[in-house]
Design a protein around this ligand. Structure first.
Ligand SMILES: Nc1ncnc2c1ncn2[C@@H]1O[C@H](COP(=O)(O)OP(=O)(O)OP(=O)(O)O)[C@@H](O)[C@H]1O
Ligand SMILES: [Mg+2]
Length: 329
């Protein structure tokens, strides 16, 4: 309260005076300061608590993300074995799991590719060694030279075939591997039968012909069945009865080649479809062992499979099973 320098005003009856009111502000100011301090303190503590909680939550969310990032940074083409530890069942755990699955697939693909190259290198080394051996030992005699040229040409043809088949197998994963179209099954079967007959002097029988149409790549299917027919020829003698045929069975179309050859023991049924796998009976005649791998690849590209019914002494029937469904084209 300041002092007013003016004289007090005169009243109606001439009396002079001041009517003074006043209040003490200190107590109020102290209360306001107190409240402000409390509010500030509470806000500060709240802010600190909220920040700590946010930091903790963000940390616990980001730790797995950081792990994913670290794992991704540490993965190289040479070492695809690293995986992220998955804990909990939240979105981040799902992300880590997906990441691990992706790595599984990548690792599988790389291993496959490496095995493919190893196999190819190994298989191609043999004919190269043979060719080199023949050429190094070749004498001057014209008759001997002719024979060496024949053997070397034979080996080079074999090599060329292996390379061609390997290129085909490498192409299988590509989306343009199949050129599917709506095909008349009767026409396709008759084409396959005609081509199979060219493979060797056998008693060929066209057992049954499917009716209707299917969406498939006629050239690849022909290639597959002709491979099966070539195997049947290879494992039988002149004049042996070989049956080919096609039929529609439920949702699938079947193409088969059947022989009365030596048959295949059950323990080899899975293995012979692998790349470069030759069965016990065929080691001597030096097939490349890629035929059935190609047949299986063609079937799988059509979302189908190859069935084998065979036993030693009872002949073999290989059946290409291809879904008629149009969804895969
Ligand atoms: N019809 C068959 N009868 C008996 N064995 C067979 C028959 N078809 C295939 N096999 C066995 O399966 C193996 C693999 O066949 P695949 O066609 O993959 O290779 P390949 O015929 O030896 O060589 P390629 O076909 O590349 O010239 C053969 O080595 C043979 O042992
Ligand atoms: Mg073959």
């Amino acid at each position: 309260m300041g002092e007013d320098p003016r004289p007090p005003p005169a009243g109606r009856d001439g009396a002079e005076g001041w009517f003074v009111t006043g209040y003490f502000t200190e107590r109020g100011a102290a209360e306001i300061a107190d409240t402000t301090r409390t509010v500030a303190l509470v806000s500060l503590v709240g802010l600190l608590a909220a920040s700590t909680a946010a930091w903790w939550v963000a940390g616990s969310i980001l730790t797995p993300v950081r792990l994913v990032r670290q794992a991704a940074a540490e993965i190289t083409e040479e070492d695809l074995t690293r995986r992220i530890e998955v804990s909990g069942r939240d979105d981040i755990a799902a992300l880590a799991e997906q990441f691990n699955h992706m790595l599984d697939r990548l690792e599988g693909a790389f291993l496959d590719q490496r095995r493919f190259l190893d196999d190819a290198g190994h298989e191609l080394r043999t004919p190269i060694t043979i060719v080199r051996g023949h050429l190094e030992l070749m004498g001057d005699d014209p008759g001997e030279r002719r024979e060496v040229v024949r053997l070397v040409t034979d080996e080079l043809d074999r090599m060329a075939r292996i390379v061609e088949e390997l290129l085909l197998l490498a192409k299988v994963q590509r989306p343009d591997f199949l050129r599917a179209e709506e095909v008349s099954l009767a026409e396709l079967t008759s084409d396959i039968d005609a081509k199979a007959r060219q493979l060797g002097d056998r008693d060929w029988r066209l057992e049954s012909v499917a009716e209707g149409t299917a969406a498939l790549d006629p050239q690849r299917v022909t290639q597959a069945v002709v491979q099966l027919a070539a195997n049947a020829v290879r494992h039988t003698g002149p004049g042996a009865t070989l049956r080919v045929g096609s039929s529609v069975s439920g949702p699938d179309v079947l193409f088969w080649v059947s022989d009365h050859g030596p048959g295949i023991p059950p323990e080899e049924h899975g293995r012979i479809f692998e790349r470069f796998a030759r069965g016990g009976s065929a080691r001597a005649d030096r097939g490349s062992g890629l035929g059935l791998a190609i047949v299986r690849a063609i079937a799988e590209a059509h979302h189908g499979r190859v069935d084998l019914r065979s036993a030693p002494g009872a002949g073999s029937t290989f059946t290409l099973v291809i879904p008629l469904g149009r969804e895969h084209v």
